[in-house]
Design a protein around this ligand. Sequence first.
Ligand SMILES: [Fe+2]
Ligand SMILES: [Fe+2]
Length: 378
Amino acid sequence: MLKSTLHQAGPSVVLPFAAAPRRLADGVEWLLAHDDLESLLDPGSRFFPDFMDRLGQTLERAFGGQDRRALFEVHQALYLLSEDSMRPPRPGAGQNQFHPFIMRVRNEIERAWEAFEFGRMTLAPEEIPSEEAVFVEFIRDMCGTNSFAGHPLFNFLEHEADRGQIVDFFLHEATLVLRFCDLIVLSLLGADEEVRSELAVNFWDEVGEGSYQNRHTEQFKRLLRYTGVEMPEEELTSEHLSERLDWPGLAGYNLYVYFGLHRRNYFRYVGGMGVAEYMDPPQYEKVLRGCQRVGLSDRKALAYYAGHAELDIEHGEAWFTKVMGPLIRKYPETRHEMVQGALMRINTTADYYDYLYHKLAGPSRTAARKVGERSARG
Ligand SMILES: [Fe+2]
Ligand SMILES: [Fe+2]
């Protein structure tokens, strides 16, 4: 994907306007590396209005027209913008992280995406129960109705996929898995005392309760190496592996970051995280059985999926009763946002699983499936 122009824009180089790439994601990368963004906002310059015009057209094609190429550009651009807040710190990085030009571009993309996501939810606020125990039951039911355990992707992985296809699945999961600890950290920022300890339990589990070998990132890298993925250690990173993702994979990752970085999305984040932890374990069981079937059977190497198949049952229940519950009690008005976050996670994940099934199992199979199998969405 983008072979970084970050290094081309040295500190003393002012890039001419004509050098700006036309493709949105390339343009965003160029802006992030620019050493004089102020000059691009000069009232005498057409650069800013022209850039925003083009951005608006791309957003329209993406979310209005559901044009796949535009969706890829938009989610790749948003990924790069959020990377300025997420990537490991390196010398010279993040120079324009909070520049108004950058903020404006990011806001435009996020608002257009959010409007699209809100537009495909059918649940009315008055349908959401206000009493804590009933609310938690309501969320559990929502997860059951939208369960991905029966998604053909996981049946395919369990019963039919060959070893290469299973490894391809792992490589698609890597961007999110290798950043999940950082995403938990975002949920801890400013957390209310009533929920902080449960969030800290999630964090402590992510870092292997202090054991290097049991860190979830390390477990996942061990799995990749065991399956024969031969990449130098410096390439086994979330940012490097993101280059394999098309728009649904990027959108799935971007959603977590979008929720986690915005204070106004905090309760959506809690809802999205809660359903993710609650819904994923049955899928992990299927992945594990698929691994056994193709001869990937080393227990230590499979620790990531074996561990999460059990651990996330506990985490999911605890997100409902020890995080969402206490927050609903304290801020009842946030229950709609929690449900929004849950549905946004469910819908973007459905896009991702549909895409991945199509990619791994082949187009003819997915075309047949569309005749009636698609699960109902909220
Ligand atoms: Fe984990
Ligand atoms: Fe978890």
